[in-house]
Ligand binder design. Structure first.
Ligand SMILES: [Zn+2]
Ligand SMILES: [Zn+2]
Length: 560
C-alpha cells in the first residue's frame, strides 16, 4: 500500500474566491484550479489577490498536472502568476475543457507565457493519467459553458471536486450536469467529495438559466430609450440571451469593456455565441442609431472601479454618455463583498436620470451555483465516504456540512477545513493533518508578492490618519540638533490648531534629539537608527495625546 493521500486547500475556504486545491500522493501532485480574488475595499492600492502557493515552491518537478475546472477568474485567474512564480523552467501541462483551455491561452498570451505552457484540451469522460493519478472531467452546468468537475483517481480511491455547479434541467446549451456519471461515481464507491458551497445558504433549487430569456424580453419591451445590460463577461449564455432579446426588439448590439469583447470573440469562435450578421456595431457607431434601436452589453456588474459601467456612471467614459431615458439592467448579483461598490454605481446612475433594473426588480438573473436541495442531490448521487465542503466563507462551509449530515453522512466523516489545513487519508481513515503556510499574495500593479502586510497597513493608516514627516538635522559628532526641525503633515484630520501644535511638536523633537545627544557624550556616538526610532516614538506619542489619532510618522535625519 502506498503512502497517505493529502488533499490540501490553498484557497477558497473561509472566503469566496481564489480557489486552489493540491492533491498529493507519493510525493506527486496535481493542482486543481488556480483562482484569484478581487481586493476588498480595505486593501488599498491592491489590484488582485492570489492564494499563497508557497507550499509548492521548489516542487516544480513533483507537479504532474494543473487542471482548471472552468473559465471564471476565481478558478483560472492566478494561472499566469502561478506559472511564472513556481515554474521558471519547465511547466507542467495545464488541462481543461475546450472553452476553458482557450481562455487559459488568452490569459497566458496576455502575460507573454503562452510559449512556455502546454495547454491541453480534454473532453469529458475521457480519463488520462498524470503521474500516479488518473484524471477525468465530468460536465456540470454553471454560468459559463464547458464547466466541469474533476475526478482524481488515487491509490486510496477516487476524489470528486465538483467545481462550480448547479443542476439546471434546462440550460441554454442543452447540456445539463452529467447526473448519470455522478451516479456511477457513487456506485463505483467515491472516497471523497469536495463540493461547492457558494449557495449553501439558499433554500430550494436555483432557477434555470433559460428562465431568464423571457424575463429579459419582457423588460426590453418596457424600454423606449437605449438599453444597457451589464453582466459577467464570462456569462456567455447570458450574453446570448441578451442578443436574442435584442433581435426580438430590433436592437443592434454594442459590446463595451475589454473582457466583454474578448469573451464574446472566444465564445463566437467556439460556437457558443450566435449573433446574426450586421447585428453587432462598434461603440463609436452607437450615436448613429436611434436610442430605441440600441442595446449595449457592458462590464461593471460588480461596480469594479475601472469597468465600463462604472466609468459611464461617473460620466467618464470616452465612447458613451448616459442620459435620462437610458435603462441600465443589472443581469447579475453582487458577489459578497461587492455590494457597496454596486450600490454606489446604481446611485450615480439614478443621479444621471437613468432607469435602473436589478434582479430585485425583475427576474433577470439566475445564480450559476446550486441551492441547498442541489447540494444534497450531489451528495446523494455520488455517495461519498468523506465530505469536505469547499468554495465558501465559513458560514457556508458550516451550512454545507449540515446538509451533508442531513442526507446521512456520518458527522465524523465530514471535514470542515481551512486554507492550509490538509486532509490526510490512508488505510486507517481520514484526519486533519498539520497546517502548512497559506494566505494571500497581493498583486500591486504588475508586481507579485512584494507588497507585504506592512504595506497594506501603511496604506490603511495613511488613508485614515494621514502622515507626519519630521526632518531633523543633527551634528554627526555631537548628535546635537542644528537649527529647527521641519515638520510636514498631510491628510491629518483635526489639525485646526495646527500652529500651536506644530510649535509644541518642534519642542518635542528638540527634546528627543537633546536626550540622545546626552547619551552620545557618555558613550561612543549615536546610531542613526536609534535616533530615528526615538523620534518616531516620541512624535507618535505626542500626536496621539493631542489628536487621539495615529498617523504614520516618518522621521528623516540629516547628519552634517
Ligand atoms: Zn464559477
Ligand atoms: Zn467559483
Amino acid at each position: 500500500m502506498s503512502g497517505k493521500l493529502r488533499v490540501l486547500p490553498l484557497g477558497g475556504l473561509g472566503e469566496i474566491g481564489k480557489n486552489m486545491t493540491v492533491i498529493e500522493q507519493d510525493g506527486k501532485i496535481v493542482v486543481i484550479d488556480t483562482g484569484l480574488m478581487f481586493p476588498t475595499a480595505d486593501m488599498l492600492g491592491i489590484d488582485l489577490v492570489l492564494p499563497d502557493f508557497d507550499y509548492l515552491r521548489g516542487r516544480a518537478d513533483d507537479v504532474e498536472a494543473i487542471v482548471i475546472t472552468h473559465g471564471h477568474e476565481d478558478h483560472i485567474g492566478a494561472l499566469p502568476y502561478v506559472i511564472r512564480e513556481l515554474f521558471p523552467e519547465e511547466t507542467p501541462p495545464v488541462y481543461a475543457a475546450p472553452l476553458t483551455a482557450e481562455m487559459a491561452r488568452s490569459k497566458l498570451e496576455e502575460h507573454k507565457l503562452l510559449d512556455a505552457v502546454e495547454v491541453i484540451e480534454r473532453d469529458c469522460l475521457e480519463p488520462w493519467d498524470a503521474g500516479p493519478f488518473s484524471l477525468e472531467l465530468v460536465h456540470v452546468s454553471h454560468s459559463i459553458p464547458d464547466a466541469c468537475g474533476v475526478v482524481v483517481g488515487t491509490d486510496h480511491g477516487s476524489i470528486f471536486l465538483t467545481g462550480d455547479y448547479k443542476f439546471d434541467q434546462t440550460p441554454v446549451d442543452g447540456q445539463p450536469t452529467d447526473m448519470s456519471r455522478l451516479a456511477e461515481l457513487g456506485s463505483e464507491g467515491l472516497l471523497l467529495l469536495c463540493g461547492d458551497s457558494t449557495n449553501a445558504d439558499r433554500a430550494g433549487i436555483a432557477p434555470s438559466e433559460s428562465s431568464i430569456g423571457p424575463h429579459l424580453e419582457e423588460a426590453f419591451a418596457r424600454c423606449e430609450g437605449r438599453i444597457l445590460v451589464t453582466s459577467f463577461a464570462s456569462n456567455i449564455h447570458r450574453v446570448q440571451q441578451v442578443i436574442d432579446a435584442s433581435v426580438v426588439h430590433g436592437r443592434k448590439i454594442a459590446l463595451i469593456g475589454r473582457s466583454m469583447r474578448r469573451n464574446f470573440a472566444i465564445g463566437r469562435k467556439l460556437g457558443h455565441i450566435y449573433a446574426p450578421d450586421g447585428m453587432v456595431i462598434k461603440p463609436k457607431e452607437i450615436d448613429d442609431y436611434p436610442d430605441d434601436e440600441v442595446c449595449v452589453i457592458c462590464t461593471g456588474s460588480q461596480g469594479e472601479p475601472l469597468s465600463a459601467l462604472r466609468r459611464m456612471a461617473n460620466n467618464d467614459h470616452g465612447q458613451i454618455t448616459l442620459h435620462s431615458g437610458d435603462t441600465v439592467m443589472f443581469s447579475a448579483s453582487p458577489v459578497p463583498g461587492n455590494e457597496r461598490a454596486v450600490n454606489e454605481t446604481i446611485d450615480r446612475l439614478f443621479h444621471i436620470g437613468a432607469t435602473v433594473v436589478t434582479a430585485k426588480d425583475a427576474p433577470i438573473h439566475a445564480s450559476g451555483h446550486g441551492y441547498r436541495e442541489e447540494l444534497k442531490m450531489m451528495i446523494n448521487l455520488t455517495k461519498p465516504k468523506y465530505v469536505m465542503p469547499i468554495h465558501g466563507d465559513f458560514q457556508r462551509l458550516v451550512l454545507h456540512s449540515r446538509l451533508a449530515e442531513e442526507v446521512g453522512i456520518d458527522p465524523d466523516d465530514i471535514f470542515r477545513m481551512e486554507n492550509g489545513l490538509p486532509l490526510e487519508i490512508d488505510e486507517n481513515g481520514a484526519r486533519v493533518g498539520d497546517r502548512v503556510k497559506s494566505g494571500m499574495i497581493f498583486v500591486d500593479g504588475l508586481e507579485v508578492g512584494d507588497v507585504e502586510d506592512v504595506a497594506l497597513r501603511d496604506r490603511r493608516m495613511l488613508s485614515n490618519d494621514g502622515v507626519f514627516i519630521v526632518v531633523a538635522t543633527v551634528s554627526e559628532q555631537s548628535g546635537e540638533a542644528i537649527g529647527d526641525p521641519e515638520v510636514i503633515f498631510r491628510g491629518v484630520p483635526f489639525m485646526d490648531d495646527a500652529d500651536d501644535m506644530l510649535d509644541d511638536l518642534k519642542i518635542t523633537v528638540g527634546t528627543s534629539i537633546a536626550d540622545l545627544a546626552k547619551k552620545v557624550k557618555n558613550s561612543e556616538g549615536v546610531a542613526e537608527s536609534e535616533l530615528r526610532e526615538k523620534l518616531h516614538n516620541d512624535v507618535a506619542r505626542f500626536v496621539y495625546e493631542r489628536t487621539k489619532r495615529r498617523p504614520m510618522v516618518l522621521p528623516v535625519i540629516v547628519e552634517v
